[in-house]
Write a protein that binds this ligand. Structure first.
Ligand code: PHE
Length: 497
């Protein structure tokens, strides 16, 4: 970079109309021409000067060319190495190294030397008495910046041998620009109170904003993509008037996770192959469950009621007491609905987004812990149309507009529907969630009034996150293999745009 002194001298020369050639100026001030060109560009950007350029070119020796200065061109080195009675090529190469190779080729071409096989062993012998080192003369003259007297053809041949090159550069004649001054005025970077009070802002030049400048990456904490997508889902739910359910209990009893949801005690999902059961504490004492409710749940499982025949098996309290890691957030919904019934029913809309656990074989799309998003609406007289309409609104906000529904089965919903959305990106229908209307066998024992229906749906958080962040292996998203730089660098998330 140019020093302030150099800039002052440069502007003074321009002011005096004396800056005819930047190369001369550079030489006079003993700096590289490039430094002067840098200064010139910056002054030009501020309209302080005008320039007229002149193109120059000059032949100069390359690094290899320079390496022969003082020692002679390779061909002359070879010629000099040839003794009166000849020398073997191997010996030449031994003496001269790499120069021996090229030098021999050139000396042969110039017919300075020849191979003599008359004595058996081939030998290199001289064919002329003396030679002149034309190449060295040209390179020496060029290195000194003098006229070499070489013809275009000679220079072209030396260029082909990579001994010389054509250097091109520009120099400038500099004149005053519209904003010329002998001193550069530093543009103000901000408007100060003082400038306003004294009115000096009128004369100030202000530095322009650089809208292309990139911001500094935040050095502090970073949100994991799952958290970013979760907060977007949370926003959608709250915009739709849903309240968040308290999900801060990963450990749940089978009672709230399964029994309350009319899931029979023999159901395969209640197997240790699918569910993580706790060993310590292994059980929640049944005395802590609401006793009358527990009786109604037992009665409904065994004998039905509310228009249902029940499952007709012997419901065991011990099975309901077993502790587990909740397998779905519907366990939270069942607690909330029971509580709502106890408080005296009012229509309500709830949601939750939190972690659940399943004893799954782990692969690129499955983990043993993942996140569920769940929405629940309770009111009098809700129908399947309300469910479809609500789902349509919800997924619309995610940007998934084309939906289809397929009949499905859940122990706690009837009817149940899997939700499919058409992915333009993949060109096919993909499953995006599961839904249904909670069964009376689940709702009535809780004490929810006759005529109240509950529609609900659930989906995973990981799948949309993987699609949004282009991650194809779930282990790159969650768990000990996650790269911290992915967490630092991932983009903001805006759903439904
Ligand atoms: N709990 C269901 C699951 O684990 C999702 C679901 C929620 C289905 C609510 C229907 C109603 O997949």
């Amino acid at each position: 970079m140019a020093s302030p002194e150099l800039e002052t001298a440069f502007l003074a020369a321009v002011g005096a109309g004396q800056l005819q050639d930047t190369a001369q100026f550079a030489e006079a001030h003993n700096v590289e021409h490039l430094v002067v060109v840098g200064l010139l560009k910056s002054l030009l950007a501020h309209d302080m000067i005008t320039t007229e350029e002149t193109e120059h070119s000059r032949w100069a020796p390359t690094a290899e060319g320079k390496s022969y200065l003082g020692v002679g061109s390779p061909e002359v080195q070879v010629f000099n190495a040839v003794t009166a009675d000849g020398i073997s090529l191997t010996d030449i190469k031994k003496q001269l190294g790499a120069a021996g190779d090229v030098g021999f080729k050139q000396a042969m071409q110039s017919k300075w030397v020849a191979i003599d096989k008359s004595g058996g062993e081939p030998k290199v012998v001289r064919k002329v008495e003396a030679v002149q080192d034309r190449v060295l003369a040209v390179i020496t003259a060029l290195a000194a910046g003098q006229e070499s007297g070489a013809s275009d053809a000679e220079l072209a041949a030396l260029k082909k041998r990579k001994l010389v090159q054509l250097d091109c550069w520009k120099t400038y004649r500099v004149g005053k620009g519209p904003a010329f001054a002998l001193q550069r005025r530093k543009a103000a970077t901000e408007l100060t109170a003082e400038m306003l009070q004294k009115g000096t802002w009128r004369e100030e030049t202000f530095k322009e904003y650089n809208f292309n400048a990139l911001g500094l990456p935040p050095a502090g904490g970073h949100l994991h993509p799952l958290l970013k997508v979760r907060s977007q889902f949370r926003k959608i739910f709250t915009q739709m008037g849903f309240e968040e359910m308290p999900t801060n209990n990963y450990v749940e009893s089978s009672f709230w996770n399964f029994d309350a949801l009319f899931q029979p005690q023999q159901h395969p999902a209640r197997d240790a192959h699918d569910t993580f059961f706790l060993t310590k504490p292994a059980a929640t004492p049944a005395s802590t469950f609401p006793q009358d409710y527990l009786q109604r749940v037992k009665q409904t499982h065994q004998h039905g009621g509310y228009g249902s025949a029940g499952y007709g098996y012997d419901w065991k309290t011990a099975e309901a007491e077993k502790n587990l890691l909740r397998t779905h957030t519907t366990a939270v919904s069942s607690r909330m609905l029971y509580q709502l019934a106890q408080e005296g029913f009012r229509p309500a809309k709830y949601f939750s987004i939190d972690r659940v656990f399943r004893n799954e074989a782990i692969d690129r799309t499955h983990l043993a812990e993942f996140h569920q998003i769940e929405g629940v609406v309770c009111d009098y007289g809700l129908t399947l149309s309300d469910l479809i309409g609500t789902l349509q609104q919800f997924f619309d906000r995610l940007g998934l507009k084309k939906l289809r529904f397929k009949p499905a089965f859940n122990p706690y919903t009837e009817p149940s529907m899997e939700i499919f959305s058409y992915s333009e990106q993949l060109g096919k229908w993909i499953e995006v969630g599961n839904s249904g209307m909670f069964r009376p066998e689940m709702l009535r024992p809780m004490g929810l009034p006759e005529g109240v229906n509950v529609i609900a749906w659930g989906l995973g958080l990981e799948r949309p996150t993987m699609i949004l962040y282009n991650i194809d292996n779930i282990r790159d998203l969650f768990g000990h293999k996650v790269s911290l730089s992915m967490v630092k660098k991932n983009a903001v998330c805006r759903l439904g745009l």
